[in-house]
Structures are given as C-alpha cells and as structure tokens.
Design a protein around this ligand. Structure first.
Ligand code: HEM
Ligand SMILES: *[C@@H]1O[C@H](CO)[C@@H](O)[C@H](O)[C@H]1NC(C)=O
Ligand SMILES: *[C@@H]1O[C@H](CO)[C@@H](O)[C@H](O)[C@H]1NC(C)=O
Ligand SMILES: *[C@@H]1O[C@H](CO)[C@@H](O)[C@H](O)[C@H]1NC(C)=O
Ligand SMILES: *[C@@H]1O[C@H](CO)[C@@H](O)[C@H](O)[C@H]1NC(C)=O
Length: 274
C-alpha cells in the first residue's frame, strides 16, 4: 500500500460501512426483486441467460475463487482472465451475484490495495488474486493449500466431492441442500487436516473469518442448493437459468451477510472433528 492509500483507508472504510448499513436498512423497506428478474436487463445472465461456457485453457489466468473463474469461463469477465480493471470487477460482481454495491467496491479495493495497485486506474489478472495470505489462505474447501498445490486456479474435485456429499439439508423438491452446520463441519475438517499435514500451517482469526465469509456465499447467494453448486465448484460453470438467490433490492450487504458468517464461524469452533 502506498502512503496515500494508508492515509485514506480509514476514511474509506468508515464511508463504506456507513453506506453498507444504509443499504441494509433500505433493503428492509424496499420491495425485493422477482426471483426470475434479479440480474438487470442488458447484463449477462439476465433472466438466467448466461453466455456460453467454455472451459479454461492452460494459458488462461484463473483464481482461487470459483465464482470469479465461472464469470471468466462464461466470458462475463474476459475469458483469458487477464487485464481486468478493478472497477469492472466491481460492476460485474454486483450485476451477476446481486452483492450490494458497498461490498462490490470494498473487496476489489481491498484486492487493489494488497497488490499495491490503484483501484481507480489499474488492472489485474485473475491469478494475481491468489496471493498467499492476502485473501487466499490455507484450509480452503475447494483447493489444497498453496504450498502443496501452487496453482490455486483449478478446483480439487475430491475436496469438492467431500464438501457436497456432506450436505444434510433437503430442498422442497427433495434435492440436497448445504446447511450452516454442514459448512461449519466442512471448514472444521479442512482446518484440522491442514494443521495435521503441515506443522507450519498458518491460521489466523482474520483468515478464518475470510474462509467462513467466502464459503458462506454458498449458503446465501446459492441458497445451499447442491444442484447449482456442483457444476459451479467442479467446472466453475453456471447452470442454465441460474439467478442469485438473494433478492433484496440493493443486494447482499456486508451487514446482512454477517448474519450468516458469524454463526458459521461459531459453528466451526463447536464442531467436533474425529
Ligand atoms: C468481489 C471480488 C472477489 C474477490 C477478489 C474474490 C477472491 C477470492 C479469493 C482470493 C478466494 C480464495 C480464498 C481461499 O484461499 O479459499 C476466494 C474464495 C471464494 N470465493 Fe471469492 N472473490 C470475490 C467474489 C466472490 C463472489 C461474488 C462469490 C460468490 C458469489 C465468491 C465466492 C467464493 C467462495 C465460495 C470461495 C471459497 C472457495 C474455497 O473455499 O475453496 N467470491 N475468493
Ligand atoms: C490491457 O488493456 C488496455 C486497454 O484495453 C490496453 O491498453 C493494454 O495494452 C492491455 N495490456 C495488456 C498487457 O494486454
Ligand atoms: C472473501 O474474503 C475476503 C477477505 O480476504 C473478503 O474481503 C471478501 O469479502 C470475501 N468474499 C466473499 C464473497 O465473501
Ligand atoms: C507448510 O506451510 C508453510 C506455510 O504456509 C509453507 O511454507 C510450507 O511449504 C508448507 N509445507 C508443506 C509440506 O505443505
Ligand atoms: C460484522 O460483525 C462483526 C462482529 O460482530 C463486526 O465487528 C463487524 O463490524 C460487522 N460487519 C458489518 C459490515 O456489519
């Protein structure tokens, strides 16, 4: 971070949190989107019409984030995953997943800061986001640790299978659903496995919180639906007709998201592994 970034950061953070809380309140009073009309007209994915999925080539840049990779696989972000502006990332994430604008500014700004770049003018490749212990951390649900598998851009199918086969919930149509409890247990298992395979495995309150936050999107944005999560986590692909399960007018705020993340992280502490 430059000196300028360090000096302005506290003001920006306070601004974003205030903005976020106001959107949280507005969401309580404004009418929600229709489930079939969450993504704005004109944006890719509107009414569930996603551009065609094309699997990534070896030369394409991909990140440790399944959902951003899916955007590139469908060409919503550039298919090669390269030379993306932080500002475009903001817009695309907001439109595609119905995350609140406060969140969609906060995370790309956070990424620009840890890469030492300007949010306003600079660009990145998806793989840049996987910088170890910035957002990327050990004990992820869909990736082995960076020391074991340096390329964090591809999912580990066995880990994904372990996660999804642990789903104990049921949708109304009887299909499996991942619950908060399932997610807490899966995170606890991964942290325990990482600890036992590597003595120098790093874990911090900070990264555990990120881990819970990142994976809680499976419960909020995806409503825990294994049918949608399976192609998303294995092929990093949107199913036909997919739309965000968060319907609120201004999208998922950090304040509302907290209501899922905090119980998941508390559940990890309580989960008994082995
Ligand atoms: C806004 C920009 C975003 C950035 C910069 C970002 C970045 C990242 C990074 C670096 C990771 C790897 C963390 C790890 O080591 O496990 C990650 C994981 C994850 N992200 Fe994102 N992400 C973004 C948006 C999203 C959105 C919109 C969703 C969901 C709709 C999402 C869902 C996930 C999930 C589920 C994981 C966990 C994967 C795992 O545990 O293996 N992310 N993200
Ligand atoms: C990235 O995109 C910008 C704007 O289109 C272009 O000027 C620049 O040359 C590109 N950089 C690379 C490395 O492709
Ligand atoms: C993922 O973790 C990062 C922290 O590194 C956080 O800023 C971001 O909000 C999280 N993303 C999601 C989608 O929860
Ligand atoms: C263990 O973790 C540390 C810190 O992340 C890393 O430097 C080291 O290479 C890892 N060793 C193995 C065998 O995974
Ligand atoms: C989420 O909850 C934590 C702990 O209660 C709090 O410190 C944090 O400020 C909250 N974040 C938001 C965006 O509300």
């Amino acid at each position: 971070m430059s000196l300028y970034q360090k000096l302005t950061k506290p003001f920006i953070d306070i601004f974003v949190l205030t903005w976020d809380f106001n959107l949280f309140l507005l969401n309580l009073v404004l009418p929600a989107h229709e489930p079939t009309d969450v993504i704005p007209a004109g944006a890719p994915g509107h009414a569930g019409h996603w551009p065609q999925y094309v699997a990534p080539k070896d030369s394409d840049s991909r990140s440790a984030c399944p959902m951003l990779n899916a955007l590139a696989n469908h060409g919503v972000l550039p298919h090669d995953g390269k030379n993306i502006t932080f500002r475009d990332l903001n817009t695309v994430v907001r439109q595609s997943f119905n995350f609140a604008p406060s969140f969609c500014f906060f995370v790309p700004k956070f990424a620009a800061d840890f890469l030492g770049r300007s949010y306003w003018t600079d660009r990145f490749d998806l793989a840049d986001l996987s910088k170890h212990n910035a957002i990327e951390h050990d004990a992820s649900l869909t990736r082995h640790d960076a020391a074991l598998v340096p390329d964090q851009g591809r999912p580990d199918l066995q880990l994904v299978d372990e996660l999804l086969s642990g789903a104990t919930g049921k949708m109304q149509d009887g299909s499996p659903q991942l619950t908060k409890k399932d997610l807490s247990l899966a995170l606890a298992k991964r942290r325990s496995a990482a600890r036992s395979t590597n003595k120098s495995y790093t874990e911090s309150f900070f990264h555990n919180g990120f881990g819970s936050a990142n994976s809680s999107t499976m419960l909020t944005i995806f409503g825990g639906r294994v049918k949608d999560l399976e192609p998303m986590l294995t092929e990093e692909r949107f199913v036909d007709g997919w739309q965000p399960r968060i319907l609120s007018k201004f999208g998922l705020t950090m304040a509302a998201f907290n209501g899922t993340v905090v119980p998941v992280e508390i559940g990890v502490k309580r989960a008994k592994v082995e």
